[in-house]
Design a protein around this ligand. Structure first.
Ligand SMILES: Cc1cc2nc3c(=O)[nH]c(=O)nc-3n(C[C@H](O)[C@H](O)[C@H](O)COP(=O)(O)OP(=O)(O)OC[C@H]3O[C@@H](n4cnc5c(N)ncnc54)[C@H](O)[C@@H]3O)c2cc1C
Length: 425
């Protein structure tokens, strides 16, 4: 069964979200410092009230199942909602589904002890606190086998030493989920564990908050953190000892597809701006939209956006059908790998069509291009996702029967001649 329509009942909810984002969130984006910055009086005066409206609509924390206070709407509906949220910087916070809190809530729910759930998960789900996932280290992020931040047992505690890099939102977080080496002699993917560390624990030091070029303008949110003899109780371990890698895999699956759909929303904005400019600006006596090379940019952008969107929706559909992230690992890696190029290509074309205005600080295109590069690194570099996809695809391939490929024309012709021998004479 193939169906490209949204059911009317859910479409009505999407329409509400669409209007709400247009009327309330997009204007707020223009004046808000950061949606997580509780020291900003504007934030405190606006975001909680907007969150309340989202709750009243039953759209709060839509990535969660009913057991965790969400509606459990499934990935296809979630993808369609995220497409709208992608238009606004503060929308994920207002709808209670921002990274890394969404992924952290997922693993706390799945692997947390009752005490961890009460202390961290409940306030996180309620939007009362924020969290951070601290895994990447200054000397490497794509290869988890190189991490060295360690936790050693001492008198009923874990003592953490090391440094972490690009720990997003640590400056606003109440706790960090830190990946630490607890078993250096174990097999490579069983050496690390996760510890939940309150940020106020002595020895946790944010060395600096790194900003994204073209986006943060000196006020970054990706922390370079040093852990110096940080002591946490044994009960701070999340999941079993040595299980960090396996837990991290489950954490990132859902988040990646949400990011992909938000990217569709973001890139559509660039596309709409490109169209508007093309039918507004004239050169050499005719509209830009009449120039064939501009038409090519418009057509290429549409093709990229729409094919990406369909692939993301199909992946969401597969997640709903199989309910098993391992079966859709290749699909998730595919859309994650495709996303950065779609954003940077379309944003760069929109910039070009706007000429000098496009490259200026008065338009959002450079920031969108930075977002594309951001998406090519966060949650694993594009290259690694392409490797994952290729490995999944190769799994079902069969070797050729002999030195010539099974599609060798002589082989196929010979087989056909045998099949139709009586007719060929
Ligand atoms: C905006 C943003 C937010 C982030 N937030 C967090 C966070 O909250 N918590 C956290 O722990 N980390 C976070 N990260 C870090 C992110 O996970 C890492 O940047 C990523 O895993 C890559 O690690 P790296 O930067 O050390 O690059 P490296 O590991 O040094 O890799 C550099 C480059 O080498 C190439 N490469 C790497 N491996 C392979 C391979 N197997 N095959 C081919 N080429 C390869 C790729 O081109 C890659 O970009 C964030 C990053 C960004 C950009």
């Amino acid at each position: 069964m193939w169906d490209f329509e949204t059911d009317p009942e859910f479409q009505a909810r999407l329409d509400w979200a669409d209007q709400f984002i247009t009327d309330e969130l997009e204007p707020l984006d223009m004046v808000l410092r950061h949606p997580l910055d509780r020291t900003d009086p504007l934030r405190e005066a606006t975001i909680p009230k907007l969150q309340e409206q989202v709750r009243e609509q039953g759209l709060w924390a839509c990535h969660l199942g009913p057991e965790l206070g969400g509606p459990g709407m499934g990935q296809v509906h979630l993808a369609l909602l995220n497409e709208l949220l992608g238009r606004s910087r503060c929308a994920p916070v207002v709808f209670g589904c921002q990274a890394p809190d969404s992924g952290n809530a997922e693993i706390l729910a799945r692997f947390g002890s009752p005490e961890q759930k009460e202390r961290y998960l409940q306030p996180l789900l309620a939007g009362e606190i924020f969290s951070c996932f601290s895994m990447t280290e200054p000397h490497g992020g794509a290869d988890p086998k190189v991490f060295t931040t360690s936790a050693v047992r001492k008198d009923g505690t874990w003592v953490i030493n090391g440094e972490k890099w690009f720990s997003s939102h640590a400056r606003w977080a109440s706790f960090l989920i830190v990946v630490v080496v607890t078993d250096p002699d174990a097999a490579p993917y069983s050496r690390q564990s996760m510890l939940v560390v309150p940020v106020e624990t002595p020895g946790v030091e944010i060395l600096r908050n790194v900003g994204i070029a073209g986006q943060d303008h000196g006020d970054g949110s990706h922390a370079y953190i040093r852990f110096s003899n940080v002591e946490v109780p044994e009960s701070a371990m999340l999941g079993s000892r040595g299980q960090a890698f396996a837990i991290a895999q489950t954490r990132l699956g859902g988040g990646r597809i949400h990011h992909c759909m938000r990217s569709v929303g973001l890139v559509r904005r660039a596309f709409d701006m490109m169209l508007e400019r093309a039918v507004s600006r004239t050169t050499q006596g005719e509209l830009l939209a009449s120039k064939q090379l501009v038409q090519e940019m418009i057509a290429e952008s549409w093709l990229q956006i729409e094919s990406f969107r369909l692939l993301v929706l199909r992946t969401a559909w597969k997640i709903d059908q199989y309910d098993d992230y391992r079966r859709v690992r290749g699909d998730i890696s595919a859309v994650k790998a495709m996303m950065p190029r779609v954003i940077t290509d379309v944003a760069a074309r929109a910039l070009q069509v706007h000429g000098s205005l496009g490259v200026s600080e008065e338009m959002p295109f450079i920031s969108m291009i930075a977002e594309g590069h951001h998406m090519g690194l966060a949650d694993g570099p594009t290259e690694v996702h392409k490797l994952t996809l290729a490995k999944e695809l190769v799994k079902s391939a069969q070797p050729a029967p002999d030195v010539f490929p099974s599609g060798h024309l002589l082989r196929r012709r010979h087989a056909a001649e045998l099949k139709f021998a009586s007719l060929l004479g």
